[in-house]
Design a protein around this ligand. Structure first.
Ligand SMILES: Nc1ncnc2c1ncn2[C@@H]1O[C@H](COP(=O)(O)OP(=O)(O)OP(=O)(O)O)[C@@H](O)[C@H]1O
Ligand code: SF4
Ligand SMILES: [Mg+2]
Length: 333
């Protein structure tokens, strides 16, 4: 079966600033490997979470898929077609069918537009319907995201709404064009804790109702667990483990994932395993690594880890880990 989204060996390198001396000395400019050889597939209607700490390349991956950034190398296929080669009407159609929801709804929405106009605008840009039809569709979307009665919200401005309400508007705006795929980049992390579950549940129910696929980006494994059926764990630009959500959480096969699991309070409660703290900072990668990127922080690193890049090891159905000792880690070793 053709995947809805199929990204293969995707990389994005940014030039790193260097000092005057290094510049004068010349040579190849150092690059920050924000995304480094990421491959990921999504089936129609599937929700995959990308989880990893700050700087791991989650947002950059989302920006590459939505073409806000051009990859340095690699391919992106959507319904089997090469996205990077799309032009004109086909490109416009892709932009319609793949939408992004951002972390900060205050920044994502134009403060000068009423809520109704905010949702009507994408329909206008894509020439969908008559003005009357567009207004009806936008009002129906407001109801779908539970901003009811819609007349209470339609003519208000972003400044009049709370963060949770604004994120609902952003969701309505993203979904009004009937996309097949939504990239949700930490959509609840800036919201008040009390309204997070409501927005997460709304996204889950709308995804099921509309048959939407999502790439759900988060630094929080508990959120990833609640929102997805599959998780890809990113560390410094690379996916280090991927698997079905429950399998990955209960049988993590990469030391980094193990540490993330240990940091989830709910999971810690029933665990007899000693709690391990994730220490140190992730230092960005500026040249192709010669060993495991996680080695400087890994509690079980061995000599081989610094000299040989770990290849993905298959653990089970759809579950793999890029660690030299993946099999041992998977059984709790
Ligand atoms: N436009 C850019 N120019 C230079 N470096 C960038 C740019 N965008 C991102 N980076 C760097 O790329 C790396 C990955 O950034 P990215 O924003 O994708 O991480 P993230 O996983 O989304 O982190 P966070 O959880 O903080 O949002 C970081 O080191 C970041 O500083
Ligand atoms: S390859 Fe080595 S350093 Fe990397 S995660 Fe596995 S044990 Fe740790
Ligand atoms: Mg980010």
């Amino acid at each position: 079966m053709t995947a809805l989204l199929d990204i293969a060996d995707l990389s994005k390198l940014y030039p790193l600033r260097r000092g005057l001396l290094a510049t004068l000395r010349g040579g190849e400019a150092p690059m920050l490997r924000a995304v480094d050889g990421v491959s990921l597939r999504l089936a129609a209607g599937e929700i995959v979470a990308i989880v990893g700490e700050s700087g791991s390349g989650k947002t950059t991956t989302g920006k590459l898929v939505t073409l806000q950034e051009q990859p340095t190398s690699g391919t992106i296929r959507f319904e089997g077609r090469d996205v990077l080669g799309l032009r004109g009407a086909e490109l416009k159609d892709y932009r319609r069918r793949v939408q992004m929801i951002f972390q900060n709804p205050y920044e994502a929405l134009d403060p000068r537009y009423t809520i109704l106009r905010t949702i009507v605008e994408p329909l206008e840009i894509h020439g969908v319907g008559t003005p009357g039809e567009r207004k009806d569709v936008a009002e129906a979307m407001l109801a779908k995201v539970d901003l009811r009665p819609t007349s209470r919200f339609a003519n208000r401005y972003p400044a009049d709404l709370s963060g949770g309400q604004l994120q609902r508007v952003a969701i309505a705006r993203a979904l009004v064009l009937g996309p097949k795929l939504v990239i949700a980049d930490e959509p609840v992390s800036m919201l008040d804790v009390s309204v997070r579950a409501g927005v997460m549940n709304l996204m889950l129910s709308l995804s099921a109702e509309l048959g939407l696929a999502s790439l759900y980006i988060t630094h929080d494994l508990a959120v990833a667990r609640a929102m997805s059926t599959r998780i890809a764990v990113m560390y410094l630009g690379a996916v280090v483990e991927e698997g079905p959500t429950e399998t990955l959480v209960s049988g993590a096969a990469h030391p980094y994932t193990r540490l993330l699991v240990g940091a989830v309070p709910e999971h810690r409660a029933g665990s007899r395993r000693a709690r391990v703290r994730l220490t140190g900072e992730a230092t960005s990668v500026s040249s192709k690594p010669t060993g495991c990127r996680f080695a400087p922080r890994c509690p079980r690193a061995q000599a081989v880890c610094t000299t040989s890049v770990p290849a993905p090891v298959r653990i089970g159905e759809g579950h793999w880990s890029a660690c030299h000792f993946a099999d041992e880690v998977a059984v709790g070793g």
